[in-house]
Write a protein that binds this ligand. Structure first.
Ligand code: S3P
Length: 176
């Protein structure tokens, strides 16, 4: 059976696109936790925050982490805050390796601005400085990753190759 590849990292670092491509390459199922939460609740993440608040979203996120953490052989993209809770990290790590995607605040800014209004934790007029501060606050949580890859200004294929190289260099066994 194969270990799950679990993508963690700040908003706008490319977790969903990298996850989908990794899954295609490995011929595995891809699960985007936020999209699953949206499917199950019938609401967008922004609406869950607006109607029920962040606490409710975090509880859905923890349930989802527990559920997908039990699976094997899949690629999982988490939401940027999924690793803020230790139990979520433990659940995702149970059958998986944690891959953190990093990006420069300027890159994150450009990416999140392309999808304005979908990320309730970022105010409309968020600045690069705000993002820099938030990334710094989150850093201790992202440090739990087994592998880290910087995605700033890189092509998707380059990022995928770097992830595979890191897996090889760290002698991580994906399939047993
Ligand atoms: C969040 C990140 C979002 C989403 C929610 C909260 C966070 O996912 O889960 O808005 O706390 O960083 P993305 O990282 O895919 O934007």
């Amino acid at each position: 059976m194969g270990k799950n590849l679990v993508l963690i990292g700040f908003m706008g670092t490319g977790k969903s696109s990298v996850g989908l491509r990794l899954a295609q390459k490995l011929k595995r199922e891809f699960i985007d936790m936020d999209r699953e939460i949206e499917l199950i609740s019938g609401m967008s993440i922004a609406d869950i925050f607006k109607r029920y608040g962040e606490v409710r979203f975090r509880s859905e996120e923890s349930l989802m982490a527990r559920k997908v953490g039990k699976r094997q052989d899949i690629v999982i993209a988490t939401g940027g805050g999924a690793v803020l809770v230790n139990e979520n990290i433990a659940a995702l790590r149970e059958n998986g390796i944690l891959i953190c995607l990093d990006a420069s605040p300027a890159d994150i800014y450009a990416r999140v601005n392309r999808k304005k209004g979908t990320r309730p934790l970022l105010k409309k007029n968020v600045t690069i400085k705000d993002i820099e501060r938030l990334v710094q606050e989150r850093e201790p949580f992202y440090a739990c990753a087994d592998i880290r890859v910087d995605t700033s200004s890189k092509e998707l294929e380059t990022i995928i190759n770097e992830i595979f190289q890191e897996i090889k260099d760290k002698q991580i066994i994906l399939n047993s």
